[in-house]
Design a protein. Structure first.
Length: 434
């Protein structure tokens, strides 16, 4: 059995190909078309994994052929295949295939019916990616939480209709009888309505390790319910969830030693108080991203610097941090490998120099838009700015990686030595005057 990557199998390979990976569409005159893929699927019964992200014009007909032919299909990636609809996906679920992972990011025509069918039919599923699906509502995601109990990875980023109702919630205090006797008549209907809207699960989601909810309309109550039911999450992505506050961090800290990666960029309401408590409760954090969380100060960085496992830290546009935070990282964050400080305008060149001398494991540093890095000479060690940047952005771009970090440190060492020699010479000249 063989694996085919970014080409179509030959006729001699049809009966032996098990993994077909088409991630690149090829040169303009040599693109793989949907018709070609359909012809292959009709003759390849041994396929176990199929990736079609490089064939964006794939249509339902082709997926139906795959479902009818590949009885052992275990994984499929249709990312960006915008012409796929519920018809093709529901054919996959109807054939009782042993699917373990399904990636449908950006398949914008899918609706709740497809997602519910996946949740109720694919009992072996361990990875489900449903990002960038504008039509998905809480109705189908509730089915995922209810039926897909083996999931280890769930991605729901940029699904704008998802609210707290899509996620597990804490049970209301008191049952119907207690509500009946204790609530005022005018509030009874509202209480019962809330109880019906809540998704209260009788089981826990013990297998879930990665959850991506970037740019979903979730609140602190939603995070509280998720942590209660999925207490072993290791990677939690909440970028752009602008309604979250320190109350969410209070919930997240209950993950304790298990939490490994926390991405909370563009969550503007969190403060030092929440970050400090989180850092003290989750000592195994390896990656933290709090970019654009402008309420944070040096205090948050002090606590994050003390994390012994910290490898990656993003503080982009956290404008209140100063050299004091950088010196704390230099002294304590000995395992740090990637540090992003772009647009932190109160950081000096001396502080970064100290950081470079102290952190031997540092492999990447970004200081784009930091005023102290506008001095002549340091730009020669930076990576090239992306081609789509305008002139002003290119002049401000500073990304140092690998060996260039060492060269930057050596340059700053020489500049520091030259400055000291100049200061000594000036001092001697002043003494001569006396």
């Amino acid at each position: 059995m063989i694996r085919i990557i970014d080409r179509l199998p030959t006729e001699e390979e049809y009966r032996r190909v098990r993994h077909l990976i088409l991630q690149k569409s090829g040169q303009e005159g040599n693109k793989i078309t949907d018709d070609q893929v359909a012809g292959v699927f009709a003759a390849c019964p041994q396929l176990e994994t199929v990736i079609l992200s490089g064939v964006p014009d794939t249509i339902d007909r082709t997926i139906i052929l795959l479902a009818r032919t590949a009885a052992n299909l275990q994984g499929i990636n249709l990312n960006g295949c915008t012409r796929i609809t519920d018809v093709g996906v529901q054919e996959l679920t109807a054939k009782s295939l042993p699917l373990q992972w399904i990636h449908l990011n950006g398949v914008v025509g899918l609706t709740d019916s497809s997602v519910s069918a996946i949740a109720k039919s694919c009992f072996r599923l361990i990875e489900l990616e449903l990002s960038d699906l504008p039509l998905i509502t809480p109705l189908s995601i509730r089915d995922v939480w209810t039926h897909s109990r083996k999931l280890r990875t769930l991605r729901l980023a940029r699904c704008p209709l998802l609210t707290d109702e899509a996620f597990p919630s804490l049970p209301l205090q008191g049952g119907p009888e207690e509500i009946e006797t204790s609530a005022q008549p005018s509030h009874k209907a509202e209480l019962f309505q809330n109880q019906r809207a809540s998704l209260v699960l009788r089981h826990s989601t013990e297998n879930l390790r990665l959850l991506d909810l970037a740019h979903c309309n979730i609140t602190d109550a939603g995070i509280e319910g998720i942590v209660r039911h999925a207490s072993k999450i290791q990677t939690l992505i909440l970028t752009g969830c602008e309604q979250l506050t320190d109350r969410s961090l209070e919930s997240i800290r209950k993950l304790g030693d298990r939490l490994d990666v926390l991405i909370m960029a563009h969550v503007p309401k969190i403060t030092d108080r929440g970050v400090v408590k989180l850092a003290r409760s989750c000592p195994k954090l390896r990656c933290v991203d709090v970019a654009f969380c402008e309420n944070l100060t040096d205090m948050s960085v002090f606590e994050l610097a003390s994390l012994s496992s910290l490898r990656r830290l993003s503080l982009i546009c956290v404008r209140k941090i100063t050299d004091i935070a950088i010196y704390a990282l230099a002294e304590q964050a000995n395992e740090l490998e990637r540090l992003h400080l772009s647009y932190c305008e109160n950081i000096s060149l001396d502080a970064i120099h100290t950081l470079l001398r102290k952190l031997e494991r540092l492999q990447q540093l970004t200081v784009t838009g930091v005023p102290s890095f506008r001095i002549e000479g340091v730009e020669r060690f930076s990576e090239q700015a992306p081609v789509h940047y305008n002139l002003e952005q290119r002049l401000a771009f500073r990304l140092y990686h690998g060996q260039n970090l060492g060269r930057l440190r050596e340059f700053l060492d020489k500049e520091d030595q030259r400055r000291r020699e100049t200061e000594e010479e000036v001092s001697e000249n002043r003494l001569d005057l006396y």
